[in-house]
Design a protein around this ligand. Structure first.
Ligand code: HEC
Ligand code: HEC
Ligand code: HEC
Ligand code: HEC
Ligand code: HEC
Length: 179
C-alpha cells in the first residue's frame, strides 16, 4: 500500500485558514462549555451544606438512586416535615417558610442532566458501590448543586474501562448507553 501523502502542489493557505477556523470553533465550544456549566439559578437557594452538616444522608432526599434510573428530588412536603416543626430563628429559615407558603410546588432546575439520547441509570452504579461524590463532586459543601465539568462520553467510558474490566465489552457497547 503506498502511503497517503498530500500532493506537493496542494495549496497551503486554504489549509492554514481551515486549521484556524477549526481552532476558533474549538475555542468557542470550550467557552460555551464553561458558560453552560455555571450552577443555574434555582427558585429558592436551598443549601446542601446546611443539611449535610446537620447529619442528613443523600439518600434521605434522593432515595431513588439505589432502585431506579433517577435519584429523584424531595417534595415540598418532605421539607416541611421538618421545617413546620422547627423554630425559624434565622432569616434563611423564615424566608423558606414564606416561600413555601406562597408556592404550591417547587420547580427545581436540573443541574446534572444528560442529553435525551443517553441512557444512564443510578441503580447499577449504586449496586457497584460508587459514592454520589464520585460523579457529583463534594455536594455536601455546596449550597445549590453545581454541575461538574467534563462529564462527556469519554468520562463514562474511562470509568467503565477502569472499574469493570471484566465487563468492558458490554460497558463500552454503544447500545448500553444509546438505546
Ligand atoms: C456513576 C456516576 C453517578 C453516581 C455514582 C451518582 N450519580 Fe447522580 N447522576 C449522574 C448522571 C450522569 C446524572 C444525569 C442523568 C440523566 O440526565 O440522565 C445524574 C443525575 C442525578 C440527579 C438528577 C436527576 C435524577 O436522577 O433525579 C440527582 C438528584 C442525583 N443524580 C443524585 C445522586 C445521588 C444522591 C447519588 C448518590 C446516592 C448519585 N446521584 C450518584 C451520575 C451519577
Ligand atoms: C430532616 C429534617 C429536614 C428536612 C427534611 C429539611 N430540612 Fe432544612 N434544615 C434542617 C436543619 C436541622 C437545618 C439547620 C438549622 C439551623 O441551621 O439552625 C436546616 C436548614 C435549612 C435552611 C437554612 C439554611 C441556612 O442557610 O442556614 C433552609 C432554607 C432549609 N433548611 C430549607 C429546606 C428545604 C428547601 C428542604 C427540602 C428540600 C429542607 N430544608 C429539608 C432540617 C431539615
Ligand atoms: C434535605 C434534602 C436533601 C439532601 C439531604 C440532599 N439533597 Fe441533593 N438536592 C436537594 C434539593 C432540594 C435539590 C434541588 C436544588 C438544587 O439543585 O440545588 C437537590 C439537588 C441535587 C442535585 C442536582 C439534581 C438535578 O436535578 O440535577 C444533586 C446531584 C444532588 N442534589 C446530590 C446530592 C448529594 C450527593 C447529597 C448528599 C451529599 C444530597 N444531594 C443531599 C435536596 C437534598
Ligand atoms: C465512576 C465510575 C463510573 C462512571 C463515571 C460511569 N459509570 Fe456506568 N458503570 C460503572 C460501574 C462500576 C458499573 C457496573 C458494572 C457492573 O455491573 O459490575 C456501571 C454500569 C453502567 C450501566 C449498566 C450496564 C448494564 O446493563 O449492566 C450503564 C447503562 C452505565 N453504567 C452507563 C453509564 C453512563 C451513560 C455514564 C456516563 C454518563 C456512566 N455509566 C458513568 C461505573 C461508572
Ligand atoms: C458508557 C456510555 C456510553 C457508551 C458505551 C457510548 N456512549 Fe456515546 N455518548 C455517551 C454520552 C454520555 C454522550 C453525551 C455527552 C457527550 O456529548 O460526550 C454521548 C454522545 C455521543 C454522540 C454525540 C456526540 C456529540 O458531540 O454530540 C455520539 C454520536 C455517540 N455518543 C456515539 C456513540 C457510539 C457510536 C458508541 C459506540 C462505539 C457510543 N457512543 C458509546 C455515552 C456513551
Amino acid at each position: 500500500m503506498p502511503q497517503l501523502k498530500l500532493p506537493s502542489k496542494v495549496p497551503r493557505v486554504p489549509l492554514i485558514i481551515a486549521a484556524v477556523i477549526v481552532l476558533v470553533l474549538a475555542a468557542g465550544a470550550v467557552v460555551g462549555l464553561v458558560v453552560t456549566q455555571a450552577a443555574p439559578a434555582q427558585p429558592f437557594p436551598y443549601s446542601h451544606a446546611a443539611h449535610i452538616d446537620a447529619g442528613m444522608q443523600c439518600l434521605f432526599c434522593h432515595s431513588g438512586a439505589t432502585v431506579n434510573v433517577s435519584a429523584g428530588l424531595p417534595t415540598k412536603e418532605k421539607c416541611q416535615g421538618c421545617h413546620l416543626n422547627m423554630p425559624s430563628d434565622k432569616p434563611a429559615l423564615q424566608s423558606w417558610l414564606d416561600y413555601a407558603s406562597q408556592n404550591e410546588k417547587i420547580e427545581w432546575v436540573p443541574v446534572a442532566i444528560m442529553p435525551d439520547f443517553v441512557y444512564f441509570s443510578h441503580q447499577p452504579h449504586m449496586a457497584a458501590k460508587l459514592n454520589c461524590e464520585n460523579c457529583h463532586g463534594n455536594v455536601g459543601a455546596m449550597t445549590v448543586a453545581e454541575p461538574q465539568r467534563g462529564q462527556n462520553m469519554g468520562w463514562c467510558l474511562d470509568c467503565h474501562r477502569k472499574l469493570a474490566p471484566d465487563k468492558v465489552v458490554k460497558l463500552t457497547d454503544c447500545s448500553t448507553c444509546h438505546k
